[in-house]
Design a binder for this molecule. Structure first.
Ligand SMILES: [Zn+2]
Length: 321
């Protein structure tokens, strides 16, 4: 999926062989997967630094064309929306990437600008998925960690960029300094470089004997949670409590002791708030569940359809919107 922007053909958070630049809205793997070595990226400095720390290869930033603005998306630190001024096509376009309307736990709040065409993320397309008050979820996580820490080891599974740092910040607020592995530490160092301080201790969570010492709270890559629980439980008769904190907890059961619906995405009501603030004439839904999202938006009276490919976008003129 690529957008023509002057000399650039820009892939939107995806792989596209015809593109010569990637717009990478933020440093989550499903959005940076299309980035290849030797291809320039339109992205924020923080996203560049996070990608480099995660992938090991150097990212060269493309010069921003005059017709383009990268606007804060409020998803994870460094996340951006791609805004294209109307001089280029005769109408303005914004691509949301992952975003949320709520103030994020870490980083800048979203900046919404009006646009004629809105290409928007479809992560939570169902009106029934509504997140609880963020403050209440945070308090529940803090209460759980403090309570279980008295009785055993507490393990949180998280993405290494975004959610891991939010959990560290949430735990720091109640005086807990979690153990984290080396991958999360590397991402934390990028946060520190960009002025975001966190309190944590680096540890090899699979080191022999770790489970025999004092109780602790640790944050591990989500895929490592089960083997880590087994390893720690085998070393010591103490309880090992496991938890995840993700918006997907609204829709799926994880095999953990507890799951918290903490999201850095917009739910359906936030999507409507975003659309109303953006005031588009046409909405093109983007992502895996774009069909469902477009249908649900159309039911609410919005001019929405799934984005199949960007030739669809180029054929749109204001007269057709
Ligand atoms: Zn994301």
């Amino acid at each position: 999926m690529a957008l023509a922007l002057g000399d650039y053909k820009v892939a939107l958070d995806s792989s596209d062989k015809s593109a010569n630049v990637n717009f990478v809205s933020h440093a989550h793997t499903d959005h940076m997967a299309g980035l290849r070595k030797n291809r320039k990226a339109l992205a924020s400095e923080m996203t560049k630094d996070l990608i480099e720390c995660r992938s090991g290869f150097t990212v060269e930033l493309a010069e921003e064309p005059d017709c383009v603005d990268l606007l804060d998306a409020g998803h994870i630190p460094g996340s951006k929306q791609l805004y294209v001024e109307n001089e280029l096509y005769g109408y303005s376009v914004v691509y949301s990437g992952d975003y949320q309307m709520s103030r994020p736990l870490i980083g800048e709040k979203i900046k919404v600008r009006e646009a004629d065409v809105l290409i928007m993320d479809s992560t939570y397309p169902d009106p029934k998925v509504v997140f609880e008050d963020r403050g209440e979820v945070v308090t529940a996580i803090q209460h759980y960690a403090r309570m279980k820490l008295d009785r055993g080891i507490v393990l949180f599974g998280a993405h290494i960029i975004g959610r891991a740092q939010e959990l560290i910040s949430i735990l720091n607020e109640v005086g807990i300094t979690p153990l984290v592995d080396e991958k999360i530490c590397r991402a934390n160092s990028v946060y520190r470089k960009h002025g975001i301080g966190l309190s944590y201790r680096q540890a090899d969570l699979f080191a022999d004997g770790l489970g025999k010492g004092e109780n602790f709270v640790a944050i591990a890559e989500q895929s490592k949670l089960d083997p880590l629980r087994e390893k720690l439980a085998s070393e010591c008769p103490r309880r090992v409590f496991t938890a995840v904190a993700t918006g997907l907890a609204k829709s799926f059961r994880f095999g953990t002791d507890v799951q918290f619906a903490l999201s850095d995405h917009a739910d359906f009501p936030q999507a409507i708030e975003y659309i109303n603030a953006c005031n588009p004439k046409l909405i093109l839904t983007f992502g895996q569940r774009s069909d469902v999202f477009a249908k649900n938006l159309a039911l609410k009276g919005y001019n929405a359809r799934p984005l199949r490919d960007t030739s669809q976008l180029h054929s749109v003129t204001l007269n057709h919107i």
